[in-house]
Design a protein around this ligand. Structure first.
Ligand SMILES: C[S@@+](CC[C@H](N)C(=O)[O-])C[C@H]1O[C@@H](n2cnc3c(N)ncnc32)[C@H](O)[C@@H]1O
Length: 284
């Protein structure tokens, strides 16, 4: 539990992850019925990009700050919505803030939707708890992500999303655990939408992860990736990925437009990054 998202808030991976999260929540709203939205590794909800931790890595400089340094001409709707929500957050909490996934999840949701956020770290949890105090359709729980997923799925509404954004403190261990746990969660609630974030660091771990995901027997698996650096760059984090299980039917097209739009705006050297959307398994 050494991980602190304050060092990474607003980096290129956060931008891609949060835009895709907004797109998913929006697409799930095609019916009036309320949604159960679960953020299993929620973080503290709002970060200060002027903090010592954020300045130490300056990761937001090549993420959200870089994205907003040029006009967002002809942006996909989810990118526009992301920028508008970010501006609203900054107007309310200060120009140096950056909101996290539970904040975007809540802001992109409707009155009839319920948000449940799990955060295990006591300090991160108390920030989040304070941020959402009095918002009656949000539950903030200090609990383990998988214990919470087990307790709260399948939700009574039967429609919803589980967003899984682990810290990956030990890359190999977390990939293995992630596949096992998501397989168990999917067995319990097979029609739920699951979005799992994963880092793209070394190709070996990444290829193994795909192989393991393919072997789970889960039918609808979409991979969305964006590399800020070419594959196999000796970078800590060269790319960002999201596996989406049971994506809404228009999600793959929208995700493709999003990553193609963001790639030239977030890649480190023009033309050297990559963006892709592909089915790992599809039953359609
Ligand atoms: C990558 S950060 C989350 C960032 C957040 N999803 C966002 O996009 O703004 C991972 C978070 O998970 C928390 N965490 C670590 N282990 C956990 C566990 N077993 N259950 C729940 N939360 C955990 C960490 O304290 C950290 O705040």
């Amino acid at each position: 539990m050494n991980y602190r998202h304050a060092y990474h808030a607003g980096n290129f991976a956060d931008v891609v992850k949060h835009v895709l999260l907004i797109e998913l929540v929006t697409q799930l709203q095609n019916k009036d019925k309320g949604l159960a939205l679960i953020d299993a590794y929620a973080g503290r909800g709002i970060y200060n990009l002027g903090s010592e931790q954020a300045r130490k890595t300056a990761e937001a400089d090549s993420g959200v700050t870089k994205l907003l340094s040029a006009p967002l001409t002809d942006a996909p709707e989810a990118v526009e919505k992301y920028a508008a929500l970010l501006a609203a957050c900054r107007a309310q909490h200060g120009q140096k803030t950056y909101p996290g996934s539970p904040w975007f999840m809540l802001e992109a949701s409707r009155e009839q939707d319920q948000v449940q956020a799990f955060e295990k770290h006591p300090e991160e949890h108390s920030y989040l708890h304070y941020l959402f105090e009095g918002v009656n359709r949000v539950g903030v729980h200090q609990r383990d992500a998988w214990e919470g997923i087990g307790a709260m799925t399948p939700p009574p509404t039967k429609r919803g999303l589980v967003f899984i954004d682990p810290p990956f403190e030990s890359e190999h261990r977390d990939f293995t655990a992630l596949v096992e746990r998501v397989t168990a969660a999917h067995k319990r609630w097979s029609t739920g939408v699951y979005a799992l974030w994963y880092p793209i660091k070394n190709t070996e771990a990444h290829v193994l992860f795909e192989k393991k995901m393919r072997r789970t027997g889960i039918a609808n698996l979409l991979l969305v990736e964006l590399g800020a650096y070419p594959k196999d760059s000796p970078m800590g984090l060269s790319g960002t990925g999201l596996v989406v299980i049971n994506p809404p039917w228009k999600f793959s097209d929208a995700a493709d437009k999003i990553v193609q739009y963001l790639k030239p705006r977030l890649e480190a050297i023009p033309g050297q990054g990559y963006a892709s959307v592909r089915w790992l398994k599809s039953d359609g």
